[in-house]
Design a protein around this ligand. Structure first.
Ligand code: ASP
Ligand code: MG
Length: 401
C-alpha cells in the first residue's frame, strides 16, 4: 500500500462539479489500494475576493487579521471536499492546517513551516480515512493563525509528503504539466516529461507560475519527487526531480516575470560598506533583492541599480528614502514598467553561445535590454514590460523547435 499526497489548486475545486471531479480522482486513488492525503487551496478566486473584502474596510489591515481572514478560504474547500468524498462513499475527514500539525514561525502572510506534527494525520489514515488538509495555513507559537504566502498550498503538500515519507506527491493544477513557455501565450510551447528541481526553481521564481518556488525548494531539500498534472485531463504530466535524463534539450523553458520593479540609487559614495548599508535595510524588511548592477565608480561615486518584487517596491522606496543620507543622499527612483525574461536549462552549463543566441533574438525584435544576469543554468534580462510577450515568443522560437 502506497501513501500518496495529492494537492489540488483553486481552479480544480472552484465549483460543485470540479469538487466532485476531485473527489472521483481521490476515490480512484484510494480504491486502487492507496492511502491518500489531500491538500487543497481556496476555491477559484476566493483568496483574491477576501483580500478585496479587507480593502473595503481598511487600506492598511494588520497582517495578523489578514491571515485570520485568508485562512478561511481553504477551510471552505476542505469541508466541501470531505463532504463530496463522503457523498460518493469514501470515508474522509477534513483538517485545518493547525489540526494537521503545521507549526510556523511568526511572519504573518509569509510564514515558514517550522515543524509538522503528523500524529493526527497518521491516526486518521490508520482509521482508513482520506485526510483532506487545508493548504497555505499553520499556527505560530502564540497559537495564532498564519499563512504561508500566495500559492503556499504547494508548500503544504510537499511538507506533508516529506514528513509522512509519502511514496508520491502529485500536484494537480489547471495546466497539463510544465511547459517550455506559458502555453496560453505561446501556442508552440511543449510539455516537458521531466525537469530538475534546479530548473524548476528557476522557472518558478521567474514567473512560470506552475509551482510555488518555496515548494520546489522544500521538495529538493527532502528529495520529494513531484508530479505536476491536470485535474481535468488525465494524461501524464511533468515529473520534477533531482536529475533528468540527458536528452539533449539545451533549454527547458522561457519565462516571463512581470512582478519586478527596478530601483536606482544614484551617486552612492564609492567606499567599502556602502552596499551593505543599502541591502541590509531591505533585508531587515524581508525584501528580496534579485538582480544587482553597480556602475563603475566615477569621481568617488557609483550608481546602484537592483530589482525587487513589484509588491515590495513601495516599502523599499520608503525605507531607502528615509535613510538616503546614509548612502550619499542622491536621487532614488523606481521603474515599475519592466519585466524579467529568462531562459533556463541545465544543459547550458556545457554549451557556449546561449547568451549570444538569446540577445540575437531580442535584437532581431528591436528589444532593448536594461539589465542582464546569469547563473549556471539561466540567463535573465530586464526589459520594458511592453516588450515582454514579444521577447518570450522570439526567444522561444530561437531555442525550441
Ligand atoms: N489560496 C492561496 C492563494 O491563492 C494559497 C494557494 O492557492 O496555494 O494564494
Ligand atoms: Mg489560489
Amino acid at each position: 500500500m502506497a501513501l500518496i499526497v495529492q494537492k489540488f489548486g483553486g481552479t480544480s475545486v472552484k465549483d460543485r462539479s470540479r469538487i466532485f471531479n476531485v473527489a472521483r480522482i481521490v476515490a480512484n486513488t484510494r480504491n486502487a489500494g492507496n492511502e491518500v492525503v489531500v491538500v487543497v487551496s481556496a476555491q477559484g478566486d476566493t483568496t483574491d475576493d477576501l483580500i478585496a473584502k479587507a480593502a473595503e474596510i481598511t487600506g492598511n489591515p494588520s497582517s495578523r487579521e489578514m491571515d485570520m481572514l485568508l485562512a478561511t478560504g481553504e477551510q471552505i474547500s476542505i469541508s466541501l471536499l470531505a463532504m463530496a468524498l463522503q457523498e460518493i462513499g469514501v470515508s474522509a475527514v477534513s483538517l485545518t492546517g493547525w489540526q494537521a500539525g503545521f507549526v510556523t514561525d511568526r511572519a504573518y502572510s509569509r510564514a515558514r513551516i517550522k515543524r509538522l506534527d503528523t500524529e493526527r494525520v497518521e491516526s486518521e489514515l490508520a482509521r482508513n480515512r482520506v485526510v483532506v488538509v487545508a493548504g497555505f495555513q499553520g499556527l505560530n507559537r502564540s497559537d495564532d493563525i498564519t499563512t504561508l504566502g500566495r500559492g503556499g498550498s504547494d508548500t503544504s503538500a510537499v511538507a506533508l509528503a516529506a514528513a509522512l515519507h509519502a511514496d508520491r506527491c502529485q500536484i494537480f493544477t489547471d495546466v497539463e504539466g510544465v511547459y517550455t513557455a506559458d502555453p496560453r501565450k505561446i501556442p508552440k510551447a511543449t510539455r516537458l516529461k521531466e525537469i530538475t528541481f534546479d530548473e524548476m526553481l528557476e522557472l518558478a521564481s521567474l514567473g512560470a507560475q506552475v509551482l510555488n518556488n518555496r515548494s520546489v525548494e522544500l521538495a529538493k531539500k527532502y528529495g520529494v519527487e513531484l508530479e505536476v498534472l491536470s485535474s481535468i485531463n488525465p494524461i501524464p504530466g511533468t515529473i520534477v526531480k533531482e536529475e533528468t535524463k540527458v536528452e539533449g534539450m539545451l533549454i527547458k523553458g522561457v519565462a516571463k516575470d512581470d512582478n519586478v520593479a527596478v530601483i536606482s540609487i544614484l551617486g552612492v559614495p564609492d567606499v567599502p560598506g556602502m552596499s551593505f548599508k543599502v541591502f541590509s535595510l531591505l533585508a531587515q524588511r524581508n525584501i528580496n533583492v534579485d538582480i544587482i548592477l553597480q556602475s563603475s565608480g566615477d569621481a568617488g561615486k557609483k550608481d546602484l541599480i537592483f530589482t525587487v518584487p513589484l509588491g515590495d517596491a513601495e516599502s523599499a522606496m520608503a525605507v531607502l528614502k528615509e535613510h538616503r543620507n546614509r548612502f550619499g543622499g542622491g536621487e532614488i527612483t523606481v521603474n515599475k514598467d519592466c519585466a524579467k525574461v529568462s531562459v533556463v536549462g541545465a544543459g547550458m552549463q556545457s554549451h557556449p553561445g546561449v547568451a549570444s543566441h538569446m540577445f540575437e533574438a531580442l535584437g532581431g525584435q528591436n528589444i532593448n535590454i536594461h539589465m542582464i544576469s546569469t547563473s549556471e543554468i539561466k540567463i535573465s534580462v530586464i526589459i520594458d514590460k511592453a516588450d515582454a510577450d514579444r521577447a518570450v515568443a522570439a526567444i522561444h522560437d530561437a531555442f525550441i523547435q
